[in-house]
Design a protein around this ligand. Sequence first.
Ligand code: PAF
Length: 280
Amino acid sequence: MKVVHTVEQLRDQLRGQTRVAFVPTMGNLHAGHLSLMRTARQHGDPVVASIFVNRLQFGPNEDFEKYPRTLDNDIAKLEQARDVYVLFAPDERELYPEPQTFRVQPPADLGDILEGEYRPGFFQGVSTVVLKLFSCVQPRVAVFGKKDYQQLMIVRAMCRQFQLPVDVLAHETVRAEDGLALSSRNHYLSAPHRVQAAALYAQLQHVRNQLLQGVSDVAALERQAAQTLESTGWQVDYIAVRRQRDLLKPQAQEITSGEPLVVLAAAKLGQTRLIDNLEV
Ligand code: PAF
């Protein structure tokens, strides 16, 4: 695997390549990331991964400074998995040589709801860096995890509206045995909170099962799931049943008529904020 730190080195490595498959990450790689890279390999060649902790997508009180930066370890994992041909690991001066005053602003109906409501500016930061990484890597295919469901939808919408020649593939969420979605932020959990963390997915499953059994009072389902978590010490930002196609609230008749739905959740255990979702 070649590790490059500048856009120039990256372009040298990729000159003439037209089937690049790309996996952008912020590093601190886990089995979920490695699975994205395995999938990328099935859809293109060469596979390029990036590691860049993107300041633009962190709010002022978020964990940008303490976000785990583990480049040497990440390189060792990628070397061992042997799916990635080029790792692009720029520093901030390389990717943002001047203040990034041009930004991609997602539409409010997709970007300001759910995660966007609780993390203002987050999707602007994500979209801006993803566009920039796409421009550096020029992939034909890019793989994103479904765990960040809204991010995946926003990146897809951005590619469609800007007519970027990139197929965005969705990868199923990779979970620990107890159901917790793998995430770099799981490392922040204390041992007791790590045990408790599986309850988030359990609530998503409960809501999904209720919907599949024909329960149509979505507001009550959301409220009960949030209360169950809060009664054991979680602080819930949202548990929301939405339409898969646009993340809007389903109409009453859509709930029973087979409209594809997704249950999305964000909640904190101590200082650690976790997100997850489950398609119905
Ligand atoms: O999902 C992530 O890790 C990040 O949001 C991404 C897509 C790498 C952009 O910084």
